[in-house]
Design a protein around this ligand. Structure first.
Ligand code: ADP
Ligand code: ZN
Ligand code: ZN
Length: 734
């Protein structure tokens, strides 16, 4: 018997091994089921892979064929739908299957830990009972209490003891021989299997009620629903109602969110509504927490799984519903290694599982809007905020006509004064961290460059460093120009500098800053959010971290310092991202009792995108943007894949990409191959970067071409140290 194993290696193939001798004992049929983990020798190492097929023969000659060491599971580690999803994803994204499986498992399970938890249980031994009743016993009161407690119970797990007593007491009793233990392979005892669905606190608006009813009607089959609701319109409330119904019927719900650290409120809201069975899955968990969450999901005890991108791969035997919150968010796309879109996989998974999926957003991606326009997705609109909250008033501030103090225009400063006086909180948004984006010589025009990239260094004044935001390089701050020795000036604004300016201009208004620099320490995000929620901080300065679904009821004014980044960018998605960001940041204003106001500073107040956004909203923007995409033949009206490559040898890199572009075979005419073109940052970390863009009329055409083409590209010679990757449905194309 030959086992075909997918191993966690970059090689795009499966590996044949002879079955271990005792394989027959493992499965009643004598054949192990696909999806179990197998430990195998690989070079001088041992690896754990996933069994994907069993055959009678191998193309490898018998002497070369190695024997697997052991089979770790009696039944597949993934549920059937997840297994199918992973296999499909490996093909669709043209990524090695073994690496795809690895992405779906917590590291401890990748390393061979048991899928089910082995629970040690305790009970009193005979001598323990004697000790308890012995009048001469002089045990410490806590130990006596534990003895008495155990005497009333059968097999108790360490975890249950730990809820009531210190683990040290248990060890002390065990050391004296007063306890006996037994190992039991429990089907995981994490989280109550029963879930208490608390009564909802609010009465649904008619639009919410309609959406809930329509989604519930599809509860036991596949349907994709776009829940298109302005920020604060009550989308989360809709999710909660549908989830309640899904889990009341015994199911599990998977809720994907862009970032958990930034939205602890959302997880809180779920735990408050559903008292037990809610499990969070994200990268900030420890290895053990991740494993426990995974086991609870796989075992069916976890009923609601809230997680980031990779949670889409969680094994869920009773999956009944998938929710993708803020479906437009770029963080659903993995940009390294296995480049998948969790949003797209969520829809695919729902289809395979025969369950509904809800894609929620105030600013849906153009792909999703197109899917709803053609009727592939049902569309439900929440047009208003519930209660009295009104949409914010938006206006443009012409930076060419108004004086400004370090990037803050006079109208913006006036509005800030008024809102502070009225008791409102203020958000100042700028998508650029650091103190200043460049350090400039007025005399000769020199700008401090990164030595390793084609990019400028950003000045970080508090950290006393110049930092490259592309490769992470940092240096001390030079005091004089690298060319003419004259003094240097910081030019432009970053959040750190805006903070400095605002502290000077509004000394009485406590300020909080949220960006990747202030959020790096553990717990830092939470403490910033706490200061805003408590009302202590009056002004909040930050980057796009501020746009992620926060609900700050007292924010009445949002100032967008620079709307112009993205107006003239080369990436065809840049305007979509800009419109989403502006709409999302603006949506933080006026969510409570105070009316909201939004000021957008720009050098281009006549720009059609900004005007359309103000007069017709995101919807108006989206309609014209889709029209432009159709005319230009960009997605969703075509399908793309990007071959990115990098190497230190620039001519060698170009030669490789040109050879790749020419090696299309007989399917070459079915697609357009654009490039080679240099990347926007043409050199990063000492590597030159360039790409080919493949454009096809349909998914099928693109996939057929890639199937035929990629094996040819793999055969091409390239310069030393060449790295290349394929990105199917890339989000960024420059
Ligand atoms: P979204 O997810 O669309 O941003 P939320 O569901 O967070 O919106 O709702 C915004 C606010 O409105 C929350 O404070 C929520 O409790 C409240 N809310 C939601 N639905 C209702 C309703 N039907 N009646 C009153 N308040 C509601
Ligand atoms: Zn100079
Ligand atoms: Zn750099």
């Amino acid at each position: 018997m030959i086992l075909q194993i997918a191993l966690d290696t970059p090689l795009r193939r499966v590996f044949d091994y002879r079955a271990p001798a005792d394989v027959a004992g493992l499965a009643s049929s004598g054949v192990p089921p696909v999806g179990v983990r197998v430990r195998v020798p690989f070079g001088r190492r041992q690896l754990i892979g996933i069994l994907v097929g069993v055959s009678a023969e191998s193309a490898i000659s018998a002497p070369k064929l190695k024997t697997a060491i052991d089979i770790l599971d009696a039944s597949p580690i993934f549920d059937p739908v997840t297994f199918g999803l992973l296999c499909w994803a490996a093909e669709y994204y043209h990524h090695p299957l073994g690496e795809v499986f690895a992405a779906a498992l917590p590291s401890s399970l990748r390393q061979g830990q048991a899928v089910r938890q082995n629970i040690v249980t305790w009970r009193l031994s005979e001598t323990g009972r004697q000790e308890l009743t012995s009048p001469s016993s002089r045990r410490a009161p806590e130990q006596r209490a534990l003895l008495a407690w155990l005497a009333e119970r059968e097999a108790i797990s360490s975890a249950e003891v730990a809820e009531n007593f210190k683990p040290a007491q248990l060890r002390a009793l065990a050391a004296r021989g007063w306890l006996t233990t037994a190992g039991a392979t429990a089907n995981v005892a994490l989280g109550p299997a029963q879930i208490d669905v608390r009564a909802a606190e609010v009465e649904l608006t008619p639009a919410q009620a309609e959406s809930v009813t329509a989604i519930l009607a599809t509860l036991s089959r596949f349907a994709a629903h776009l829940l298109y609701g302005v920020t604060g319109s009550g989308k989360t409330e809709v999710y909660l109602r549908v989830i309640a119904a899904a889990i009341a019927a015994g199911g599990q719900a998977l809720v994907l969110v862009p970032e958990i650290a930034l939205t602890p409120q959302l997880v809180d809201r779920f735990t408050r509504r559903f008292s037990g069975g809610v499990v969070a899955m994200h990268s900030a968990l420890s290895g053990k927490e991740r494993r426990d969450a995974w086991r609870a999901a796989r075992g069916g005890q976890a009923r609601i799984i809230i997680g980031t991108r990779s949670a889409v791969f969680t094994s869920l035997p009773n999956l009944a519903l998938i929710v993708v919150d803020e479906e437009h968010d770029g963080s659903y796309k993995q940009h390294e290694g296995f480049r998948y879109s969790a949003r797209d996989l969520a829809v695919f998974r729902a289809r395979r599982a025969g369950v509904p999926v809800i894609l929620g957003s105030a600013t849906p991606s153009l792909e999703t809007l197109d899917n709803s326009a053609t009727g592939r997705y049902a569309r439900h609109v929440l047009p208003q905020r519930p209660g009295t909250a009104q949409p914010p008033r938006m206006r443009l501030v012409d930076l060419r006509r108004h004086a400004s103090d370090q990037g803050l225009s006079t109208p913006a400063l006036q509005a800030m004064k008024q809102h502070l006086a009225a008791g409102g909180q203020i958000i100042v948004f700028l998508n650029r961290r650091g103190y200043a984006p460049s350090l400039f010589c007025n005399t000769c025009g020199w700008i401090a460059p990164c030595a390793h990239c084609d990019a400028r260094m950003t000045l970080h004044r508090r950290a006393q460093q110049l930092r490259c935001h592309h490769c992470g390089a940092h240096t001390d701050i030079p005091t004089t120009c690298g060319r003419c020795n004259q003094p240097l000036n910081p030019v432009g604004q970053g959040t750190e500098r805006v903070e400095e300016t605002l502290v000077r201009l509004f000394p009485d208004a406590p300020l909080a800053r949220l960006d990747r620099d202030t959020a790096s320490a553990r717990g830092a995000v939470q403490s910033v959010l706490d200061r805003v929620h408590s009302g202590e901080a009056r002004i909040l300065v930050g980057t796009q971290m501020l746009t992620k679904g926060h609900h700050f009821p007292d924010v009445s004014l949002v100032v967008i310092l620079d709307a112009d980044q993205g107006l003239f960018a080369s990436d065809f998605r840049a305007t979509e991202r800009l419109a989403q960001t502006i709409t999302q940041v603006a949506g933080r204003a006026g969510r409570g009792r105070l009316a909201g106001e939004v000021l957008i500073q720009t050098q281009f107040p006549e720009h059609p995108l900004l005007n359309r956004l103000l007069t017709e909203g995101y919807e108006g923007f989206a309609i014209s943007a889709l029209e432009e995409r159709r005319e230009a033949g960009w997605p969703p009206y075509s399908r793309l894949a990007m071959l990115r490559a990098e190497a230190k040898d620039s001519p060698g890199l170009d030669a490789f990409l040109r050879a790749a572009a020419d090696s299309g075979g007989n399917l070459r005419a079915t697609v357009k191959v654009l490039g080679p073109a240099r990347a926007l940052i043409a050199r990063r970390a000492d590597h030159f970067r360039a790409h080919l863009l493949i454009e096809a009329a349909s998914r099928t055409t693109l996939q057929r071409f890639l199937d035929d083409w990629l094996p040819r590209v793999e055969q091409l010679p390239g310069p030393a140290g060449l790295r290349w990757s394929i990105d199917v449905d890339p989000l960024e194309v420059d």
